[in-house]
Design a protein around this ligand. Structure first.
Ligand SMILES: NC(=O)C1=CN([C@@H]2O[C@H](COP(=O)(O)OP(=O)(O)OC[C@H]3O[C@@H](n4cnc5c(N)ncnc54)[C@H](OP(=O)(O)O)[C@@H]3O)[C@@H](O)[C@H]2O)C=CC1
Ligand SMILES: CC(=O)[C@@H](O)[C@H](O)COP(=O)(O)O
Ligand SMILES: [Mn+2]
Length: 392
């Protein structure tokens, strides 16, 4: 039996992972499931998958979880430390699907105990790619991409010589405001930004798709995971979200990965790797779909793309600042303290200030520096957001 744990099991990626595992319960021993405030669902998942341990990151939710699981024999714990300890429990495969930088420490702990880390949590690679990949190498543990574009790149590279790759093209739907007039963007509301044309995902990544901060994180994720040079990584707007990424080889050939907008494909590929197994996703009828469109992304509409290029140039702790400032700016937008277009303004201001103070350099990345930098960048971003709010 494959021993598995799912971090962020109550979220969108978590639920898709639970769905796949629940289809073949005899193949899996579920060790730990973790969630946040959706305690009823966490308890339900733990019972149906016969998990050993259920953890909520919120200590004030522990009582409710304990009551729902009393008499089941399932262990209950709460708080960030308990999540980190859950990641130390020996397993073969871990799904990293917590949202945000909170996913970093459990991911590192999972790698330290040698588990294969199925990585949906792109923020880990953005804020600490060097550290995460070094930890994987030191423990001979695999990091398996789950983000749809990165799974696509991974699959298109099977059996290929990486030195023959000229370029990688990540597709982007363009999100909720792809076709809005530019002058309307400052008035976009959190509700409008929380809809996606093709994917059904958590709220934060959905808003990040609209601002292209999601694709910006994915540019950095591509660089950190595969080691391609920034100039090799391109973004192409593709409104249908059916081509997930393309690899351009030195003979002019382009290898595209095409599939339905269903994360169970990428999750299943990482779950069964190195095998391919049947998955319960739609089989595309390309004749019915008829046409696929591609467009150049506009940096006027999506300034986050330019900021990601700056982060890839500077490296060091720039990714930690970028991610943390983005997370804080997103909180401020969702709280209606700043406008949709102010998110990029906040992130650019914090990045420029901390770069000017020489706060982004590091010779050998360590967790303490990443956590400290993340903390400072959030404070700076909250200050910038408050200033913008007062000026408005
Ligand atoms: N959704 C998708 O299709 C894709 C997602 N990703 C990435 O996967 C990750 C998860 O995304 P998604 O599933 O959409 O997000 P969701 O918001 O749907 O789920 C997030 C999960 O993390 C839990 N959680 C929230 N905050 C914390 C915290 N501070 N500490 C521990 N756990 C926490 C939530 O608990 P609860 O809900 O119980 O409060 C939930 O289980 C993100 O990094 C995202 O960028 C990448 C590609 C596609
Ligand atoms: C499903 C997935 O991988 C998301 O990251 C997706 O890419 C979001 O869509 P956008 O292309 O709109 O960012
Ligand atoms: Mn993606």
């Amino acid at each position: 039996m494959k021993r598995v744990s799912i971090f962020g099991s109550t979220g969108s990626i978590g639920e898709n992972t639970v769905d796949l595992i629940a289809r073949a319960p005899e193949e899996y021993e579920v060790v730990a499931l973790t969630g946040g405030r959706n305690i009823a669902r966490l308890a339900e998942q733990a019972i149906s998958l016969n998990a050993k341990l259920a953890v909520t990151c919120f200590p004030d939710c522990k009582q409710e979880l304990a009551e729902l699981l009393s008499g089941t024999g399932i262990e209950v714990a709460a708080g960030p430390m308990a999540i980190s300890e859950a990641a130390e429990r020996p397993v073969d495969w871990v799904m990293s699907a917590i949202v945000g930088a909170a996913g970093l420490v459990p991911g590192l702990k999972a790698l330290e105990q040698g588990a294969a880390l199925a990585l949906a949590n792109k923020e880990s690679l953005v804020c600490a790619g060097e550290l995460l990949m070094r930890t994987a190498r030191a423990n001979k543990a695999d990091v398996l991409p789950v983000d749809s574009e990165h799974s696509a790149v991974w699959q298109a590279l099977v059996g290929e010589d990486i030195s023959a790759v000229e370029r990688v093209i990540l597709t982007a739907s363009g999100g909720a405001f792809r076709d809005w007039p530019l002058e309307d963007l400052p008035r976009a509301t959190p509700e409008q930004a929380s809809t996606h044309p093709n994917w059904d995902m958590g709220q934060r990544i959905t808003v990040d798709s609209a601002s292209m901060f999601n694709k910006s994180l994915e540019l950095i994720e591509t660089r950190e995971f595969f080691g391609f040079e920034p100039r090799q990584i391109e973004v192409l707007v593709h409104p249908q979200s059916l081509v997930h990424a393309l690899i351009g080889f030195n003979d002019g050939g382009l290898m595209a990965h095409v599939g339905p907008a269903d994360m169970r494909h990428a999750i299943g590929y990482a779950l069964h790797y190195p095998e391919r197994r049947p998955l319960p996703v739609e089989r595309l009828d390309l004749a019915r779909i008829g046409k696929l469109e591609f467009r150049e992304p506009s940096e006027a509409r999506w300034p986050a793309l330019r900021l990601a290029r700056e982060v890839m140039k500077v490296r060091g702790l720039a990714g930690a600042v970028f991610n943390a400032a983005k997370e804080q700016a997103l909180d401020s937008f969702l709280a209606r303290d700043i406008r949709f277009t102010d998110m990029a303004v906040v992130v650019e201001e914090v990045l420029a200030a901390m770069e000017g103070e020489n706060a982004l350099k590091c010779d050998r990345m360590c967790l303490e520096d990443v956590i400290e930098t993340d903390h400072v960048a959030r404070i700076r971003a909250a200050e910038a957001a408050a200033r913008i709010n007062m000026d408005a």
